[in-house]
Design a binder for this molecule. Structure first.
Ligand code: ZN
Length: 367
């Protein structure tokens, strides 16, 4: 993998905001700050389209996000009023958060995948969200006194203040659909996993892919947010990882961090990360029959000390563990018992099974 966003990498190291940059003729990256968040900023992309501008992920609505976006647009000679369309990679606040604000200023259209619209509607329903949160915590075996937030992303409303979930798309985009940027052939690529309706956008003429949160150069996106909306979000994600390497020669324009080349190599690294974690979690289940997601999460290897995890981070870690458990179950390697909490067991040995067992690649412990 080669970092092509040199100025962005420098800014990342210096903990400053990267500059507005022209990535291709008529295609710009505009950083929008996320103060106090470890992600630091989100990268909004602006396509000049005739007299107007089409934005991909207008960005984070807090910390003066609107002013930052306005300043970024001014750098390229545009105003929020000039925006004719907003494409949303996924309905997380750091990406879609400013969409309503931009639409109010400009009357532009907003487009996303239909599954993201459904996620927004679920989040807007705080009653179901609260019940979902309770079920989620009970199932994972999170102790009542643990300092964990509601489940991350799509599964709860607490992360998304009212007024930001009532965004209604003007039209939906599916895999391969034209993103309707005037004068450009930009298409949506459906890459579920981080969220159920996550979209990347590919522009063959520019030889770029806007990867949203699906593929980032440094971190792996959290896979857990809709653990109770679909059965196997990690399975979706691993399947989605096959989509981008077809365009390995293209430059990746991510939603955070910095631009890079080497999509196939980065994809392989991310896949290897999940394979290792699947093997680690499978070993834990095999070695501790009846273990809960909470107990596993406190044992697996994280990027920082487990005691440092609280709030949203803690919940994300438990969610990430759950998505690996769900995936191991979908592959027939483990099984669940009970509901609150769900307890996990290694599946029966292969010769007793009726169907062929599908083991995660790199899985070493089986019987
Ligand atoms: Zn993001």
């Amino acid at each position: 993998m080669e970092v092509t966003g040199r100025l962005q990498l420098e800014a990342w190291r210096r903990r400053t905001l990267p500059p507005v940059e022209r990535v291709r003729p008529g295609l710009w990256s505009l950083p929008v700050p996320m103060t106090g968040n470890p992600l630091r900023y989100v990268l909004c992309y602006a396509f000049e389209s005739g007299p107007g501008v089409t934005l991909v992920d207008p960005g984070w609505p807090f910390d003066g996000g609107g002013e930052s976006l306005t300043a970024g647009l001014a750098t390229i000679g545009a105003r929020p009023e000039d925006v004719t369309g907003v494409l949303v990679t996924h309905a997380h606040l750091d990406h879609h958060g400013l969409a309503s604000w931009v639409r109010e200023k400009s009357g532009c259209w907003v487009a996303m995948h239909e599954a993201e619209q459904e996620a927004l509607r679920r989040q807007a329903n705080t009653e179901t969200s609260a019940a979902r949160t309770r079920r989620w915590r009970d199932a994972a075996g999170i102790p009542p006194d643990a300092d964990a937030d509601a489940p991350p992303s799509g599964a709860s409303g607490t992360m998304t203040p009212t007024g930001l979930t009532d965004l209604e798309a003007d039209f939906f985009l599916g895999h391969g659909d034209d993103a309707r940027i005037p004068g450009r052939d930009v298409r949506a690529l459906w890459t579920p996993g981080h969220t159920p309706g996550h979209l990347c956008f590919v522009s063959p003429d520019d030889a770029v892919i806007l990867t949203g949160d699906h593929l980032l150069p440094r971190i792996t996106p959290n896979i857990s947010g809709y653990a109770y909306d679909t059965l196997d979000p990690l399975g979706d994600y691993l399947d989605s990882l096959t989509v981008l390497p077809e365009h390995d020669a293209y430059e990746a324009l991510p939603g955070h961090e910095y631009r890079f080349r080497g999509i196939a190599a980065r994809t392989a690294t991310v896949r290897a990360h999940h394979d290792r974690r699947l093997a680690e979690i499978h070993n834990q289940v095999a070695g501790t029959p009846g273990v809960t997601a909470w107990e596993i999460a406190s044992q697996v290897t994280w990027s920082r000390d487990w005691a440092e995890y609280s709030g949203f981070l803690l919940t994300s870690a438990v969610g990430e563990t759950l998505s690996h458990l769900d995936h191991l179950e979908a592959r027939g390697a483990i099984r669940r018992q009970g509901r609150s909490p769900v307890r996990w067991f290694a599946a029966a040995p292969q010769h007793e099974r009726t169907g062929p067992a599908r083991l995660p690649e790199g899985m070493i412990t089986w019987r």
